[in-house]
Design a binder for this molecule. Structure first.
Ligand SMILES: NC(=O)C1=CN([C@@H]2O[C@H](COP(=O)(O)OP(=O)(O)OC[C@H]3O[C@@H](n4cnc5c(N)ncnc54)[C@H](OP(=O)(O)O)[C@@H]3O)[C@@H](O)[C@H]2O)[C@@H](O)CC1
Ligand SMILES: [K+]
Length: 490
């Protein structure tokens, strides 16, 4: 089962059902959230001498803040708590209890007394998912002041002022880290909000994935533990035919790198046989750099022998609409369409209905607009993607940080692996090769996308660890085999 992403206003009902099921109190759950935050904190090795300022609101987000302040104090940190509310009668019941539990030694002040020119660490527990309507004037002032703070800012659950499921309209806290509870709030995964959320960490507060079942949501969060269940198991008697024969249609004069990257990725992902359809004049390039690949120069008449087809990286546009048409006529299984193939579909929308059902399109944000039109923001993009997938019975992978796998049935799965070091030329060609390879190994389109997208991100993390901004697409390919090791897939 995969973690569901609920909306902010479903959180209260989820919490209520959880505390009933586990026979605990909501105060216990708050303590669990605070303890989870402390575990994350310890993993960061923050300086023990750094002053820590905890900004607390009057709701349960503020309650988390009081509990965190107490636990950090008990661990030997220098804590000051700043109130972002009038008087204590405004506190929610659980916040009120944790307010009273604050050790006497912790200095309590009003936010107006804080010198924002200070350094240190500010923990933002002002407003969480209980944010509603438009920010009131004083709240805007508090948030703008927090944003003028010179040290590090850690937001608890969500940066204060950011709506949990929508685009930001006013101001919100700009965090260096956001430590969110139970599930990532949808808006934390929107690229437009990356600047506000900073590094995202998810803290488990003991709510099982089964407990999300009664709650409706099309959104899911893909994590490491989900992957092995989507993989095929091979036996001792498997032979190269079992690992699939794929056709990669990529590259053109001056862009043969795209063909090399996607074909090599398919091999590293486990394909038994990789054929590359390329211009004959360019054959030496690929045969020298990837000798395991067999080259074809014309589209074979019979395509039924291929277990999967991937088309697009670097193919260019000349006579390629005809090529797409021939592929769609001669092949009825799901295929992978990327890069120039997507741009061509944007220019020839009449071809959309001919794409084999269940096929996978992997656009980046610009390519997305070429087929689906302009969008103002990610929320709108997700809505359009959902309509598109349902209408044409196709799947989309919207590439980026937290790539979104959009399935034909309307589910949308956000990936958790990856790093900004993957924003490099050819990274998408690698993904095309990986997904095509899994399709060819007999995986369903859903399983091929899930394993491909997650392992592509993981390979990027492995490559990026030692190479940082010097990471190139070939490094990602080299790291693909290690992803099988890390996931314990044979
Ligand atoms: N399972 C979980 O995820 C768990 C969740 N937990 C935690 O509970 C949090 C949710 O707590 P919640 O529901 O009490 O609301 P919360 O976020 O504190 O906000 C309320 C405060 O914001 C204020 N405020 C609101 N709108 C405003 C506006 N427009 N402009 C200005 N102010 C505005 C509002 O003020 P008021 O309108 O009442 O005057 C009130 O003071 C959640 O994020 C997580 O941290 C954990 O403890 C346990 C497990
Ligand atoms: K917050």
């Amino acid at each position: 089962m995969m973690l569901k992403i609920l909306s902010g206003n479903q959180v209260k009902a989820l919490d209520a059902a959880h505390v009933k099921l586990k026979r605990i109190s909501s105060l216990n759950l708050m303590e669990c959230a605070a303890a989870g935050f402390i575990d994350w904190w310890k993993s960061k090795n923050f300086d023990k001498n750094s002053p820590i300022y905890v900004f607390c609101g009057a709701g349960n987000n503020g309650g988390d803040g009081f509990a965190i302040a107490r636990l950090l104090y008990q661990s030997g940190f220098h804590i000051q708590v700043y109130k972002c509310f009038g008087d204590a009668t405004r506190l929610s019941p659980d916040a009120s209890i944790n307010f009273k539990l604050l050790p006497e030694e912790i200095r309590l002040k009003s936010w107006q007394e804080f010198d924002f020119a200070n350094g240190g660490i500010l923990i933002d527990c002002f407003i969480g998912v209980g944010f509603q309507g438009a920010l009131r004037t004083e709240a805007q002032e508090i948030i703008s002041s927090i944003n003028s703070f010179q040290g590090k800012v850690i937001s608890v659950d969500i940066p204060s002022g950011l709506p949990s499921d929508d685009m930001l309209e006013g101001v919100c806290v700009k965090a260096d880290y956001t430590v969110t509870f139970a599930f990532p709030k949808l808006s934390l995964l929107f690229p437009e909000h990356g600047h506000y959320t900073g590094d995202l960490a998810l803290v488990d507060i003991g709510i099982w994935e089964e407990e999300y079942l009664p709650f409706e949501s099309p959104y899911f969060f893909l994590r490491k533990k989900d992957i092995s269940g989507f993989h095929r198991k091979y036996s001792r008697f498997s032979h190269k035919g079992d690992f699939g024969k794929v056709l990669i249609t990529a590259g053109s004069v001056g862009k043969m790198g795209a063909a090399i990257l996607s074909a090599k990725s398919a091999l590293r992902t486990g394909s038994g046989l990789v054929n590359a359809l390329i211009p004959e004049s360019e054959r030496h390039i690929i045969q020298i750099s990837v000798p395991e690949v067999m080259c074809l120069f014309d589209l074979p008449k019979d395509l039924t022998g291929f277990d999967a087809i991937g088309i697009g990286p670097g193919i260019g546009f000349e006579k390629k609409a005809e090529l797409l048409k021939s592929l769609f006529e001669g092949y009825s299984n799901p295929m992978v369409l990327d890069a120039d193939a997507i741009t061509l579909l944007g220019e020839h929308p009449e071809l959309l209905s001919q794409i084999p059902k269940g096929s996978i399109l992997t656009p980046h944000l610009k390519e997305f607009e070429r087929i689906l039109g302009k969008t103002n923001n990610h929320k709108e993009r997700l809505g359009k993607a959902s309509d598109f997938c349902k209408k044409w019975k196709l799947n989309l992978v919207i590439k980026g940080a937290n790539s979104v796998i959009c399935l034909a049935d309307g589910r949308q799965i956000f990936n958790s692996s990856g790093t900004s070091y993957m924003a490099t030329a050819g990274s998408g060609d690698v993904l095309t090769g990986m997904i095509t390879s899994f399709l060819g190994q007999g995986y369903s389109p859903e399983a091929a996308m899930i394993c491909g997208v997650y392992q592509h991100g993981l390979a990027g993390e492995i490559a990026g660890k030692g190479k940082r901004r010097g990471t190139i697409a070939s490094d990602i390919i080299d790291a693909i085999p290690e992803t099988f090791v890390r996931l314990d897939i044979s």
